[in-house]
Design a binder for this molecule. Structure first.
Ligand SMILES: [Zn+2]
Length: 181
């Protein structure tokens, strides 16, 4: 038998063997890592879920002994469906950029953030809740609007309920007066 042929065959066997061994080693390592990945993924999802849930304090405001109207407004606020122009504009096919606040001259779209934190019409009521917030929530003035909202839900949902009711009723009266003028 040809010795060269046997040598090549022998070499090929070891090449194949080492490839298969490397693949097996990789798979074994990978299998070994699966529980680690699953556990990490679980913790990441759980952490994010907990962050969102506690940030908005869903349970807090739902269990509070406040009037139903305030609770309903807080729920609408929480789910982003408060009937401000950014929402009502949808029903009349208004472009989003045209859904401007008609209660001030800012030229801003009337969305939840504008309504709660920027519209001049509610400045007096806003000042009152800000005074309380500065005493309860750390570094209040440095927080972004979205963090302010999350903190109000978490730490001051009762005061937030009253604030939203006051300014929403003020808005409604203003709107009604504009329509009847
Ligand atoms: Zn405004």
């Amino acid at each position: 038998m040809d010795l060269g042929y046997l040598k090549t065959k022998h070499r090929l066997f070891w090449v194949h063997f080492s490839i298969v061994a490397s693949v097996m080693k990789f798979i074994t390592h990978f299998l070994f890592l699966i529980p680690y990945f699953v556990t990490s993924l679980y913790y990441i999802i759980y952490y994010l879920y907990k962050q969102i849930k506690t940030s908005f304090g869903v349970e807090t405001f739902l269990t509070l002994n406040i009037d139903r109207y305030e609770k309903s407004l807080l729920a609408q606020l929480r789910y982003g469906i408060l009937p401000l122009r950014v929402e009502t504009g949808r029903f009349v096919n208004e472009k989003r950029c045209d859904r401007i606040c008609t209660f001030c001259n800012s030229g801003d779209i009337e969305d939840q953030i504008h309504f709660l934190f920027h519209c001049n019409l509610y400045e007096m009521q806003r000042n009152e809740i800000y005074v309380k917030a500065r005493n309860i929530i750390e570094r209040w003035d440095e927080l972004s609007d979205i963090h302010k909202l999350a903190s109000l839900f978490k730490h001051m949902s009762r005061a937030l309920g009253k604030y939203v009711k006051d300014i929403f009723l003020l808005r409604r009266n203003k709107l009604y007066n504009c329509m009847t003028e």
